[in-house]
Design a protein. Structure first.
Length: 594
């Protein structure tokens, strides 16, 4: 079936409803990317652009030439002149940790520290202001950025923590460093056994070094820290929300705690929530609890809704805890830390799929991805799922029809793998045959490429961060950032996807896996909307879609890769309302002929 064309959509909207309510807002004289002709299989090489659009009641009313859209103006319609600036659908980040991002900004923020000495200095400054007995927390450190790339120990931070218990998470969230006071509070000693799926690093004498790998280990410490109150959670969430809006992100698919979701509900009730959230729930929670939570909030809420169950198969490559089929090339006695036995994973997945839950599994190593696919295959059979769920990589995904049910049924659960960084060669075809979404974060490669080949070896590296291979196998590719592991800035992700080069441009990783800019934008907008069952509501600027759009300082469809890295949002609009503006101005763009 042919996709709806832009002109046909406009014709239906403007002629079928001549007495329609006048728009609330009209944007004129723009260079507006609608989202049409971005689909990876679309034969048109040029994405559709228009000059103007009209918004009514939080949705796109019409798009087209200036003169045509201006005819819809009513006595109260607000006119915004874009002066040729580029606009497009807002980005939908398919993988975030918003609460953690905000809390990191309120604690010891170690993001980007370039040495142990810099890390120590930031801790020292924070500790000097802390009240007696206060827990020092923070995160974002990455030892691979430091000279020598040596892991820090408790002995490195004990002198600068001023006696406070302290725990600091690594940037990937799969490793933490605790000082001696924190280890003592948690009763972690030389005799403490390794928790299942986790590891407590020890020195040559058998004593803990302070490095705790994976949540089962560092939760021994975190469980001793008083929980955040509602006001602290709301403050942290607002910091992260404002960061997202300032970078042109209008929707996030988020993994935060249940208490954070309750804080988001309060923001929504107070009409203070200006970013769309699809919130995940923990896969391991009892099924009765998950059902109760799912029923507690309207499934068709366009601003805040609950979606998939997030499970963890393994850790990360940076921490060498990702579960690999063979040992790490630079650590031959280590194959990572799988979180599950296959039988137990399959049992839990089948029970939850039968109850109508979408499942999304964090899987980075090839063994972890294989385990996830095994569980999905069994869940398909138990839940009676078809082998090929409806995919946005199908031609009919362009058609604007009645929105699908907001609560997934066992016929279309859209299973996902989060990260999918390293695969066994045959597993690309398994993703396709099972209809599994690859939810990936291209900006991870900017950080990882300097050591990824050392970890994996040259042969496995061929199947790492393999965006082109996924698309070539007709697998749905949804993009995000894993914020705050990476900046929520989507333009870094676009740059990584189309170049596979570091930001300096002097290193390239497996260039055969590059994708086009159109494909990358599609993955960051329409495919990510599909991953949360919202592909017929957002991701495009066409009649009937939610009015979530961004105005940028340059036309990213004609920008060079390096220019992409410097792109900024001038205006962010959610539900037809401007929720962020910048003081910068747009760079001149050519007029569009429509």
């Amino acid at each position: 079936m042919k996709p709806f064309t832009l002109s046909a959509t406009l014709l239906l909207t403007t002629l079928a409803h001549p007495q329609q309510t006048p728009p609330d807002t009209i944007y004129l004289h723009g260079n507006i990317l609608t989202g049409a002709h971005l689909h990876p299989d679309d034969p048109s090489p040029t994405p559709a652009k228009v000059r103007a659009l009209a918004i009514a009641n939080g949705k796109i009313l019409a798009v087209g030439p200036d003169a045509t859209i201006l005819k819809l103006k009513g006595p109260k319609t607000k006119i915004i002149d874009l002066h040729g600036a580029f606009a497009m659908p807002g980005f939908n980040d398919a993988h975030t940790h918003m609460a953690s991002a905000g809390q990191q900004q309120l604690s010891i923020n170690l993001d980007g520290v370039k040495s142990l000495a810099e890390m120590q200095q930031r801790i020292r400054i924070y500790a000097a202001k802390a009240k007696p007995g206060f827990w020092l927390q923070g995160g974002g450190w990455d030892h691979t950025l430091w000279p020598g790339a040596k892991l820090p120990t408790r002995e490195d931070i004990d002198p600068v923590t001023a006696g406070h218990p302290c725990i600091l998470s690594r940037v990937d969230g799969h490793m933490a460093l605790a000082n001696s006071a924190a280890l003592a509070t948690a009763n972690i000693t030389a005799g403490t056994p390794h928790p299942g799926g986790a590891k407590i690093d020890r020195d040559s004498a058998g004593n803990p070094t302070g490095i705790l790998r994976e949540p089962a280990a560092y939760d021994l410490v975190l469980s001793k820290i008083p929980s955040l109150g509602p006001e602290e959670r709301t403050k942290a969430l607002n910091i992260a929300i404002n960061d997202a809006l300032a970078h042109g992100v209008t929707s996030v698919q988020d993994n935060s705690e249940w208490e954070d979701f309750l804080a988001l509900e309060e923001l929504e009730d107070a009409h203070k929530l200006h970013l769309r959230f699809a919130e995940w729930m923990p896969f391991d929670k009892p099924l009765t609890v998950l059902k109760e939570r799912r029923a507690s909030h309207p499934a068709d809420d366009p601003l805040l809704h609950l979606t998939m169950l997030k499970g963890f198969m393994d850790g990360s490559l940076g921490s060498r805890t990702a579960a690999m089929d063979e040992p790490y090339s630079d650590d031959p006695h280590n194959s990572g830390l799988p979180r599950y036995q296959q039988d137990k994973l399959t049992q839990l997945a089948s029970e939850r799929a039968a109850a109508g839950f979408q499942l999304g599994f964090h899987a980075i190593g090839d063994r972890a991805n294989d385990m996830a696919l095994n569980a999905f295959g069994a869940a398909d059979q138990v839940a009676n799922l078809p082998p090929h769920p409806h995919s946005p990589n199908s031609p009919d995904a362009h058609i604007v029809t009645t929105p699908p049910p907001s609560t997934p049924t066992p016929a279309a659960l859209r299973f996902r793998v989060e990260h999918a960084q390293v695969l066994l060669p045959d597993d690309f075809a398994r993703f396709a045959s099972e209809g599994v979404i690859a939810s990936m974060q291209p900006s991870h490669l900017l950080t990882d490429m300097k050591w990824a080949t050392d970890r994996l070896g040259s042969e496995r590296a061929r199947y790492a961060y393999a965006w082109r291979s996924f698309l070539d196998h007709n697998v749905t590719l949804a993009f995000g950032t894993d914020y705050p592991v990476e900046s929520i800035n989507p333009f870094r992700g676009l740059y990584a996807a189309i170049t596979r080069q570091n930001e300096a441009g002097d290193q390239t990783f497996q260039p055969q896996e590059k994708i086009s800019l159109n494909e990358a934008i599609y993955a960051y907008t329409q495919a990510s909307a599909f991953a949360e069952f919202r592909e017929r509501q957002k991701g495009r600027l066409e009649p009937g879609y939610l009015a979530d759009l961004i105005v940028l300082d340059r036309d990213i469809t004609t920008a060079s890769p390096q220019q992409l890295l410097h792109t900024t949002a001038l205006r962010t609009v959610v539900n037809g309302e401007t929720v962020y503006t910048s003081n910068r101005t747009a760079k001149p763009t050519a007029r569009t002929n429509n």
